[in-house]
Design a protein around this ligand. Structure first.
Ligand code: NDP
Length: 284
């Protein structure tokens, strides 16, 4: 009988957070406080929820979070000077600017202003470049979390055929680079890929980050494949769902991440991990 195993992101993220909590307590006992500065510009409700969840995770682990809530109309110059000021502060380890930013602010400029040593989101061009050439640096949290999901579920990556659908800067591209670092044979598919079903069916490990609710059905999945679903949407009944049609795909795959409770909780856990790792790095 076909047995599909569920990759439990909730349990794995809780485990990582508990490991970090122990580490942070030991650091505190030696006089080191981990501090994350969180900047939000404007009051977009979705962003406020994300920022709130990040603050809660900090509190749980014992990381001090400094909240900078700036009004929507904050000039770009002002935001950049705040980041520069935080770059210089030795008692601030990580800096996070919640995206998206208002239209009048250039996101790329903001990301490039954060010191790479404090770039806990891993979006700075230097962090991305370091990942590309295999040097140490912060890794984007969602893809880093997916590697943890695979490893902690005992799924082998080395030598496997991996297909990543999606090539965004925050998920698809860093994901492909990380799988390559883990010695998978990697294919990156996107909106111009021909015969996507055939390409996806080559995968032993299929990672889906396309932003299209329930697009990936069993026609895209090889029997026995591992399926990782990054998408987050609300379906017609307001229920959360992913880019993968879970019920349909679960009938053929060996492992699958649910939505919610799969990739989602890992992103914050890895952000917390990056904050802890940022301690001791000298800013520019
Ligand atoms: P983007 O919209 O930035 O990128 C989507 C990618 O999918 C693009 O590369 C695009 O191709 C590709 N794509 C779109 N349509 C198709 C198609 N029909 N066939 C093949 N490829 C297609 O999205 P993100 O990477 O930022 O996010 C993807 C999903 O993951 C979203 O649902 C988002 O909400 C979710 N997400 C979840 C996170 C979590 O913590 N769980 C974190 C971040 C995102 P092209 O480049 O050619 O346009």
């Amino acid at each position: 009988m076909h047995m599909t195993q569920i990759i439990d992101g909730k349990a794995i993220s809780a485990q990582i957070k508990d490991e970090l909590k122990t580490k942070v307590a030991a650091m505190k006992a030696e006089g080191t406080q981990v501090t994350l500065a969180v900047i939000q510009v404007g009051d977009d409700p979705a962003s406020s929820v994300y920022v709130g969840n990040k603050k809660k995770a900090c509190e749980y682990i014992g990381i001090k979070s400094l909240a900078y809530e700036l009004p929507e109309e904050t000039p770009e110059k002002e935001l950049l000077s705040l980041i520069e000021e935080l770059n210089k502060k030795v008692d601030v380890n990580g800096i996070l600017v919640q995206l998206p930013l208002p239209e009048h602010i250039d996101e790329d400029k903001v990301i490039a202003t954060i010191s790479p040593e404090k770039d806990v989101d891993g979006f700075h061009p230097q962090s991305v470049g370091a990942l590309c050439i295999g040097q140490p640096g912060f890794v984007s949290c969602t893809p880093a979390g997916i590697i943890q999901l695979l490893k902690r579920s005992g799924i082998e990556i080395s030598g496997k055929e991996c297909v990543v659908i999606g090539r965004s800067n925050i998920v698809g591209k860093p994901m492909a680079l990380l799988m390559l670092r883990e010695n998978a044979t990697v294919t990156v598919a996107h909106s111009r890929t021909k015969d996507l079903k055939e390409v996806a069916k080559r995968a032993d490990i299929l990672i889906v980050a396309i932003g299209k609710p329930k697009m990936i059905t069993k026609e895209y999945v090889k029997e026995g494949a591992v399926v990782i679903d990054v998408g987050i949407h609300r379906d017609e009944n307001k229920k959360l769902c992913g880019d993968v049609d879970y019920e349909d795909v679960a009938a053929v795959c060996s492992w699958v991440t649910p939505v919610p409770g799969g990739v989602g909780p890992m992103t914050i856990a890895m952000l917390m991990n990056n904050c802890v790792e940022s301690v001791g790095l000298e800013a520019r």
